[in-house]
Design a protein around this ligand. Structure first.
Ligand code: PLP
Length: 386
């Protein structure tokens, strides 16, 4: 009761609600698919994973898809299957989820952290260029929050230096670069199917490529390094681990794939609504940019708080406690995390560090109504004044 009176004193919004950051778009179709798998008696990686991989490959216009237990394991698989030399340097953007850098560390490489572009929040290609040394073995650029990175520039620089590129497309299902779907580059592209992503399998991921050798090594390494010879004999060629997806998870993915275009469509409409609401609120925030060459899917709707507003550390708990609105930092600056203290930081990483303090992810999910979006923006306005 006290809380509601507090809100009324501010003048907006009047009725407290509970709005989560995300709510996955799952329903009857997913339940039916899961039931089918449970009844079939085959639960581990099997026919459903094969079917999911086939449908994904068709969608991406790619030759091969290897479904995995997460995006993290698909990134690791890509590093192993590409045979990246350990003790090399791997360039990663500083502003990303730690998995992007952790996979390099776990492969015995040193992450070289470079700053990001202040508009797209993707790797700054000039900073990337200056970070290349004789020891660089790979670049793991990230497509941030559903917006693509500058793919032509990244690939041109990497090709010139003979460096591998592993695309961290965890958040980029349905994202397009110059009209082409992320996943269609033919190289090594890794997606996440975590519940905060546009397409979910509960937990899961995949590696997409056109490279037959990479695909064959990845398939073996996904499952203990095992290959089945023509005569049916099993041999272990690599010291692979178990990165497999189960048929239960793949079944959820198959149901999701049939609805993904409408999920993406509603997200883009909701992003427009947020943009209109935020602009008319006159709040000192930067709304996400969609470059002319980009098709943004808004996996996360991330605003950047202007200098007249408190930082995310203050605003986020205030929004939850006073208004029931769950928000989160956009993503992390790796350079300031204790686990990356042995990395190489290229320059001051000023943009990334600022985004780490000032970015805020607003709630966004298919069933979020316009009215709820207005409540989120009103709450943000009121919380900024407290
Ligand atoms: C950029 C990026 N890379 C990798 C990951 C890891 O994905 P997963 O949870 O599927 O391993 C995430 C997760 O949010 C991410 O945002």
């Amino acid at each position: 009761m006290q809380k509601i009176r507090d809100l009324e004193a501010i003048g907006e919004p009047k009725t407290r609600r509970e709005i989560p950051l995300t709510r996955p778009s799952v329903g009857e179709q997913e339940l039916e698919e899961i039931r089918g798998v449970l009844e079939s008696g085959w639960l581990a990686q099997g026919p459903k994973v094969k079917e999911f991989e086939r449908q994904l490959a068709m969608r991406f216009g790619a030759k091969y898809v290897v479904a995995t237990s997460s995006c993290t394991t698909s990134l690791s698989l890509a590093i192993d299957a590409l045979g990246l030399k350990s003790a090399g340097e791997v360039i990663v953007p500083d502003f990303t989820f730690p998995a992007t850098g952790n996979v390099a560390v776990r492969a015995g490489s040193k992450p070289v952290l470079v700053d990001v572009d202040a508009t797209t929040y993707a790797i700054d290609t000039s900073a990337m260029k200056t970070a290349i040394t004789r020891r660089t073995t790979a670049i793991i650029p990230v497509h941030p929050f559903g917006h693509p990175f500058e793919m032509d520039e990244v690939y041109e620089i990497a090709d010139k230096h003979g460096i591998a590129v592993i695309e961290d497309a965890a958040t980029a299902f349905g994202t397009k670069y110059k009209g082409r779907l992320v996943g269609s580059s033919g190289k090594a592209v890794c997606f996440s199917f975590h519940p905060r992503k546009l397409l979910t399998t509960a937990e899961g991921g995949c590696l997409v490529t056109d490279d037959k050798g990479l695909y064959e090594r990845a398939v073996a390494m996904r499952s203990h390094g095992q290959v089945t010879e023509k005569d049916g004999r099993v041999r272990f060629l690599y010291n692979g681990l178990n990165y497999r997806m189960s048929d239960v998870h793949a079944a959820i993915g198959i149901a999701q794939l049939s609805r993904i275009d409408s999920i993406i469509g509603s997200r883009r409409r909701q992003a427009e609504v947020y943009g209109d609401l935020l602009r008319s609120s006159k709040l000192d925030v930067r709304v996400p940019t969609e470059e002319s060459w980009a098709y943004h899917t808004y996996q996360s709707y991330v605003v950047v708080l202007g200098s007249s507003l408190p930082g995310n550390e203050k605003l986020s708990p205030r929004l939850k406690k006073k208004f029931g609105v769950e928000t989160q930092v956009g993503t992390y600056s790796l350079g300031v995390q204790p686990s990356f203290k042995h990395s190489i930081s290229k320059g001051t990483l000023a943009v990334s560090k600022k985004l780490y303090r000032r970015s805020l992810t607003l709630p966004l999910f298919e069933s979020l109504s316009e009215e709820e979006q207005a409540y989120v923006v009103d709450s943000l306005k009121a919380a900024s004044r407290l």
